[in-house]
Design a protein around this ligand. Structure first.
Ligand SMILES: Cc1cc2nc3c(=O)[nH]c(=O)nc-3n(C[C@H](O)[C@H](O)[C@H](O)COP(=O)(O)OP(=O)(O)OC[C@H]3O[C@@H](n4cnc5c(N)ncnc54)[C@H](O)[C@@H]3O)c2cc1C
Ligand code: SF4
Ligand code: SF4
Length: 471
């Protein structure tokens, strides 16, 4: 396979679907090891930027041996930390914060020059429970959401209202604010630090290698935490299979559009085979004049027609006057949490652990909830001087109680909802017509979709009573 790095957006989707760990990202480019590649074409089908083609090129492989070893200490980097966190997204920052707060010496290594940039997200979050992690601040709230509209394939729509407010964030500011909290609790952070590998040492630690400003450096830790997003490789280095099936990656394109008139309190979703097969289009307002408009389609459909082609048709139809200020390609792991998210000395959190809500694709709050548990468990392991799976498994156990088991239910529903024929979705909208908006909820709608499967309906009913899904 050959990557055209001029077209590539470094979104990591290709890394997430490769079954043999032949794809990697470093030095802001994608590299494919064609000696490992088994020509399964998954990366080629799922790439939202159409940047991968068939063929073989030695240029796609990076030579780490050519890097000078950075021997001199810099910026106070210690030789060893209790905890090293790879990635400074919401999962990494919150994990680091709770590890540091509980007295574990903690280092965050982030590839990008700043946390939260580039933004690969529609930036929507429900308000409930957010204040457990951060004080709500207008600096990172673009708009406040009170209602949602779901458009069915025949163009009808249902409106829903909720008492729980939602927000459209400014993730550039939000992610950075989460990092600041972690650092204020004592965590250290190095940006432009591209982690390229990790291995267990003979004395039971992890040796982490990273590239930083032209040097290759190493740092030791007792616990390594992979908060490295959809493109995660930390798990793979530790022997955990993180590869996604094509049907479990939502391959996405999103525009931020301006010069439009829009209700800034309303989010909208559009469903249907013609609009977004195996997924949907969303409109998340950032103001009365701008919005994130994006599409996610299951990777299994992406080979037929790319997500961006569907999105362009939609924009031309609904917002012909819009000017696009930002385009981003990306992917969301819409699946169940990985069966294994810890092993000796290693934990995975957030998108890296596949902790996204499999139907809504929401992963910000989920990553923070998991991060809190992971950080506390890591610090506890440090205090007990025991970094084995036996101790660390408290984290997956807690996660399962809070959200993990619900995600397994929601995954079953996702398969039904996204595979439902257009006529069924239209019928449901007709059935709900006339109901007041505050009486229609996502759980009710999903129940209608799976009607005819009594076992699933009863499982869902109990799952959704406790569900965190709001709008
Ligand atoms: C198009 C789209 C729309 C979305 N919309 C929403 C939404 O509206 N609401 C919602 O809740 N969720 C949404 N999500 C999901 C949400 O963005 C993620 O679930 C969330 O960002 C997960 O946080 P994280 O910290 O696990 O990963 P990320 O935020 O992806 O952070 C991972 C970090 O790790 C770094 N990294 C990766 N590899 C390395 C390495 N080797 N070395 C050093 N650093 C590394 C990356 O640079 C990155 O900063 C959306 C996702 C997409 C793609
Ligand atoms: S999937 Fe993303 S990272 Fe991979 S080649 Fe395509 S744009 Fe680049
Ligand atoms: S073709 Fe398959 S094996 Fe080869 S790099 Fe792409 S995903 Fe990996």
């Amino acid at each position: 396979m050959i990557v055209n790095n001029k077209r590539c957006d470094i979104c990591g989707v290709c890394v997430s679907v490769c079954p043999v760990d032949a794809v990697s990202i470093s030095e802001f480019a994608v590299h494919i090891d064609n000696d490992k590649c088994i020509n399964c074409h998954k990366c080629l089908k799922a790439c939202p930027a159409l940047a991968i083609t068939e063929g073989s090129s030695a240029k796609n492989k990076i030579d780490f041996e050519s890097y000078e070893i950075g021997k001199k200490p810099f910026l106070g980097l210690k030789k060893e930390y209790d905890v090293v966190v790879v990635g400074a997204g919401p999962a990494g920052s919150v994990t680091a914060r709770f590890a540091a707060e509980n007295k574990a010496s903690t280092l965050i290594l982030e590839r990008d020059r700043e946390s939260g940039i580039p933004v690969r997200c529609a930036e929507g979050i429900s308000g409930g429970g957010l204040e457990n992690f951060i004080d709500i601040d207008d600096r990172f709230i673009a708009s406040r959401i009170s209602k949602a509209r779901l458009y069915t394939p025949n163009g009808n729509h249902l409106e829903m209202r909720s008492n729980v407010r939602g927000y459209i964030l400014e993730r550039r500011i939000f992610d950075s604010a989460l990092c600041d909290i972690a650092c204020n609790k004592g965590a250290e952070m190095i940006t432009k630090a591209d982690v390229i590998g990790a291995e267990r040492t003979s004395d039971g630690k992890m040796k982490v290698s990273f590239l930083h400003k032209g040097y290759k450096r190493e740092v030791l830790c007792k616990i390594l935490i992979g908060a490295d997003g959809v493109e995660s490789r930390v798990g793979r280095w530790a022997g955990i299979d993180t590869a996604l099936e094509l049907c479990d990656i939502s391959t996405s394109t999103q525009y931020t559009i301006n010069n439009i008139k829009i209700d800034s309190e309303l989010i909208s979703f559009y469903f249907g085979r013609e609009v977004a097969p195996g997924g949907y289009i969303w409109i998340f307002p950032k103001s009365e004049h701008s919005a994130n408009v994006g599409i996610g389609i299951a990777g299994s459909y992406a080979g037929e027609k790319p997500a961006q082609a569907y999105l362009n048709e939609f924009i031309n139809r609904h917002f012909p006057e819009a000017s696009i200020s930002y385009t981003v390609y990306s992917g969301v792991p819409i699946t169940k949490t990985l069966k294994q998210i810890v092993t000796d000395n290693v934990m995975l959190v957030g998108d890296a652990a596949r902790q996204v809500n499999p139907i809504t694709g929401g992963g910000i709050k989920q990553a923070m909830i998991a991060g809190k548990i992971a950080g506390e468990v890591a610090a506890e392991a440090v205090s007990k001087e025991n970094y084995s799976t036996k101790i660390l498994k408290k984290y997956p156990q807690e996660w399962d109680k809070v959200l993990g088991s619900k995600h397994r239910f929601i995954y079953k529903i996702k398969e039904k909802v996204l595979a439902a024929p257009d006529q069924r979705l239209n019928k449901i909208a007709d059935m709900c017509k006339g109901l007041p908006p505050d009486k229609i909820s996502l759980p009710d709608l999903f129940k209608a979709v799976v009607k005819g499967d009594p076992k699933l309906v009863s499982e869902m009913a109990s799952a959704f009573v406790l569900s965190k899904i709001n709008l």
